[in-house]
Ligand binder design. Structure first.
Ligand SMILES: NC(=O)c1ccc[n+]([C@@H]2O[C@H](COP(=O)([O-])OP(=O)(O)OC[C@H]3O[C@@H](n4cnc5c(N)ncnc54)[C@H](OP(=O)(O)O)[C@@H]3O)[C@@H](O)[C@H]2O)c1
Length: 245
């Protein structure tokens, strides 16, 4: 699918990895629906950058994806505003430490609601728009830890494991019109407060012996949307080899 002029909804687009994904899609000529929850200022500045830098249409949409109805409402609002949705990137995510024995039901629900339930309902609401447009692409941003869960963040790891299962199920459900794939990043952008000692351990654990970059993830998204014509149901690690270590 050529991205030129296509409408792409990116969730969690205002900051960090999502911002880089949205910029890379804008650079390729996509018209962008930029979802944010709290980062309104950053979302508006990204929309302005995309309009000025690439001359593309870019609009911001607020939604708290922990709200069960917000995902479907978001997809419908985007479809109505642009008249189409060609691709969806499920990037928004909660990533919190939850130690075993001290994890609450709220912790569990927050991760599963935002990282797994919302992508499902976004896909369900976006699929009719994609079919009407003659086909579509969905890219779910998972995590290598969805296949190799670690401790201290079990709700997060389980939500990402579920997202990989969702990718497979939806790839079957939505074929042949809509292709659904996942990207499994390794460490590409650590939280701002990540301790230096832990950062060194993360670097050492990947066979390529470095952190990735948000651009590595963005390039994989662009590839799956633009060139992955015969790819569906795949979970593509972009992790410096972390999964095979
Ligand atoms: N960073 C990495 O190294 C890494 C590694 C492996 C996988 N990943 C995956 O890659 C993706 C992007 O990573 P990241 O580090 O850039 O993510 P992030 O900064 O942790 O979160 C991305 C965005 O998710 C949005 N979000 C959080 N709670 C939300 C809610 N209740 N409703 C709606 N949106 C909500 C936030 O939007 P607002 O700011 O607008 O509130 C936030 O900016 C995620 O899916 C992550 O799991 C990242």
């Amino acid at each position: 699918m050529r991205l030129q002029g296509k409408v792409v909804l990116v969730t969690g687009a205002a900051r960090r990895v999502g911002r880089c994904i949205a910029s890379a899609l804008g650079e390729r000529g996509a018209r962008l629906a930029l979802h944010y929850n709290k980062s309104r200022r950053e979302a508006l500045s990204l929309a302005a950058d995309i309009k000025e830098g690439f001359g593309r249409d870019a609009e911001v949409f607020q939604a708290d994806l922990a709200d069960p109805r917000a995902a479907a409402r978001l997809a419908d609002a985007v479809g109505k505003r642009f008249g189409a949705i060609h691709a969806l990137v499920n990037n928004a995510s909660v990533y919190e430490v939850n130690r075993f024995g001290r994890t609450s039901q709220k912790d569990w629900d927050r991760h599963l609601d935002v990282n797994l339930r919302a992508p499902f309902f976004l896909c369900q609401a976006a699929a009719p728009w994609m079919r009407e447009a003659g086909g579509g692409r969905i890219v779910n941003i998972g995590d290598w830890a969805g296949q190799r869960p670690y401790t201290d963040r079990i709700p997060y790891c389980v939500s990402k494991a579920g997202l990989i299962a969702l990718t497979t199920a939806l790839a079957k459900e939505l074929a042949p019109d809509i292709q659904v794939n996942a990207i499994l990043p390794g460490a590409v952008l650590l939280p701002d407060d990540y301790p230096p000692r832990k950062k060194a351990a993360v670097v050492a654990a990947a066979p390529l012996k470095r952190l990735g970059t948000p651009r590595d993830v963005a390039e994989a998204v662009v590839f799956l949307v633009e060139n992955g014509d015969f790819i569906t149901g795949a979970a593509l690690p972009v992790d410096g080899g972390r999964l095979i270590a």
